[in-house]
Every structure is written in C-alpha cells, then in structure tokens.
Write a protein that binds this ligand. Structure first.
Ligand SMILES: [Mg+2]
Length: 238
C-alpha cells in the first residue's frame, strides 16, 4: 500500500472553481471525535427501537452500516424507520469540543470560487459544527443526506445529484474527504481529490487508514493531516 505524498502547488489548483468539503473529520480534525457521540446516539436509538441490549444493538448498527452504507439506510429498509426521527436523535450532540478556527476560516475564504459542504449527515449538524468552528458563512451551500434521498456517499448517483443541483463542472472542482472510498467517484469525475488523515498517524493505525488497503489509491491525489496548511499552500495570498 503506497499513498501519494505529492506536495501540492498553487498551479495544481488554478483551474478549480468549486471547492467541496466533507464535514466530519475533514473540516475538523479526527481527534475531536464528534462521531463517538453520534455513534452512541445511534446505538441507543437502535436499542430502543428493537428492544435490544446495547451490545446487540451495536452489532446490528454496524452490520447495517457495512451492508447499506449507513445505519439509517438499513433501518429504513428493514424497519421502516422515519429518517427524520433517527437523524435528529443521532445528531443531538454536544458541539463544545469545536472551537472557532480563524486560520481555517481565512484559508477557506481565500479560495477562489464557491464552497460546499457535502455530508452524509444533516444540514442541521453541518450548520451547528461549522458555526462552532466559525466558518459557516464561507459556504455557499450544504448538501446533506436528506438532499441525497438518504443514499449516502460513495454512491455515484448521489455525487451526480449534488453536482447537477449545484451546476458543478467536476473538471473544475476539488473534493476534500477523510474516507478514501468517498474519493473514488470524485476522482473518476475528474475532480482533484484530497484525503484528510488523522494527526499523529503513527501513534495508532486508525480505522480510516485500514480502509485505505481496500481502495484504489489512484483515487487520492493528495494526502494531508492539516487542512488549514494545505489550503494556505494552494491558495496563498494573491
Ligand atoms: Mg468524514
């Protein structure tokens, strides 16, 4: 397994007009781990819905995630769950771990063109997180799991919907993501792709990284563990 370690240069991104960011573990670092809270909420939802013990609920939740791309997709398919009730519960979390990140905000603002958040979560979750980071105002739009008709990334149809809704020319767009598999379609559509990895990667071989083995590394143009620095490198002061 070899990932590209190519250094970015501003000229590599000169043709980019639309900047697309995943939310969780991309616009804030992996170690903040908001997802742990969401994960616990999802387990509790499944346990209550199906009257399961926590460990059984967790096993089922993970199976649905594996088999259907999200826990929600499995719950909708097998248990006719109301997606809004699930999403609201899943995202009822404490955002206080996210602090205003002025350097990130300045780096995003400086990017020439439109900026989007494209998340498998909800608009409410993306707004809350981006607001806590102090970067919400820099984005033109948020495309979420509801807009995606509950079909999560990495489904090709969802990228198509996102791109056509926003009239994005993918040959002039870049995508930032922490999950390698979510970069496969963007790469095939001609987008520049940037993989966010956890800081101090050497300290622990993390889930994200393990999944790298299962992807075609050709889908990843750049790898970084610091989004702000990366953006500062590709869009320096004009
Ligand atoms: Mg993510």
């Amino acid at each position: 397994m070899t990932l590209p370690s190519k250094r970015p240069s501003p000229s590599d991104f000169q043709h980019i007009r639309d900047w697309v960011f995943d939310l969780d573990n991309t616009l804030y670092p992996h170690h903040i781990n908001l997802f742990a809270q969401i994960d616990r909420n999802m387990t509790a939802f499944v346990a209550e819905l199906l009257q399961l013990e926590a460990n059984e609920a967790r096993a089922l939740q993970k199976r649905y995630y594996r088999d259907h791309g999200t826990t929600l997709a499995g719950l909708m398919l097998h248990h006719n769950v109301d997606p809004n009730a699930f999403l609201e519960r899943a995202h009822a979390i404490d955002y206080s771990a996210l602090l205003p990140d002025e350097a990130l905000g300045a780096a995003i603002r400086k990017l020439p063109g439109r900026k989007f958040i494209f998340t498998n979560g909800t608009v409410a979750h993306a707004e809350a997180a981006a607001r806590a980071l102090g970067i919400l105002d820099h984005f033109d739009d948020i495309f979420d799991i509801v807009a995606a008709d509950y079909v999560p990334k990495p489904a090709g149809a969802t990228y198509d919907k996102f791109a056509s809704l926003n009239r994005i020319d993918t040959a002039h767009a870049a995508m930032f993501e922490d999950l390698p598999r979510n970069l496969m379609v963007p790469k095939s559509l001609g987008m520049k792709t940037v993989l966010l990895v956890p800081r101090n990667l050497g300290a622990a071989i993390l889930e994200t990284w393990e999944r790298v083995e299962h992807i075609d590394c050709d889908s990843v143009d750049y790898v970084t563990d610091n989004l702000t620095e990366f953006l500062q490198t590709i869009a320096p002061d004009a």
